[in-house]
Design a protein around this ligand. Sequence first.
Ligand code: SF4
Length: 334
Amino acid sequence: MATATVARDATAPAAATRRIVVADELGYCWGVRRALDIVQQAADAGGPIAPIGDVIHNPQVVERLRAKGVEGAATVDEAAGRGFKRVAITAHGMGPHLAQQASAAALELVDTTCPLVTKVQRLAQKLVRQGYYLVVYGDSYHPEVRSVIGWAGTSKALAAKKVADLPWNAPRGAVGPGVVTPPRKVAVVSQTTKNVDELMKFAQELQAMVLPEGGEFRLCNTICEPTSERQTALKRLVERDHVDLILAIGGKKSSNTARLAEVGNLMGVASHHIERPEEIEPAWLEGAATVGVTAGASTPDDVIQSVVDALAARGYAPPEGGIRPVDPDYVPSY
Ligand code: SF4
């Protein structure tokens, strides 16, 4: 993307050595682009459509979609009550109940579930069929996690972000008052947007509880390739460009943007999750010669560009080559 010409803030220091560097991989992921294309094409061809839940965790994009006939509804009943004839499953996916509800309400259903989420849903079903108790490492309230548990279709599945969230408090074989041990077979899958280092820590702790006394433990790393790439690109940026500050851009509800800020902070660089350029606090920039910019999977390029422009207006040299161009032929492995 070409870098926009920016009006210089008269009070800003001279550019000198201050500069902006951007991660090689940032912003819209393949799954989000795909979902937005599908829903937009559906609206263009057949009129208004209501995705159930947040179509994307970015308020600016939600606003733009609304103007084009794509307007979220909390439930199928609400969409039907508001006169929609079609509903959509978002990229995060939904449990099997949604298709039943849409059919009962005589609404057409458009499915934009990211294939990488579908893969986790199918894997959850398979693990449950194989007799594993399923643990989904992730946020229990997140639609993707709820969809995976919905497809698992069993009471022997739950979501957890730390071992203390689980109902078990001791390794298999332990006995004593108040002791609750895990079942013999436990499998872990991950929310696709989690941090791999944190997943490994969680899995190691849980494995130590499950393996004694002939227990079986299985870890399936289902963090998606675009999420891993964004985290790896950020680590590369920190190591290669010696950044003093990281701005991770994305909607406040965006899990993967929060993870990017977490990765930056874990690497010892002050990192802030912001939704828009107005949130940049002047104190953050004091002494920050190199600002690293990254963005979550649901952040459009123009929002990233607006943050770059705001930094440029404060005297930072824009990134050489601008924000990375989109490769239209990219398909992640899954
Ligand atoms: S973050 Fe990964 S799983 Fe989620 S929509 Fe994007 S590509 Fe798909």
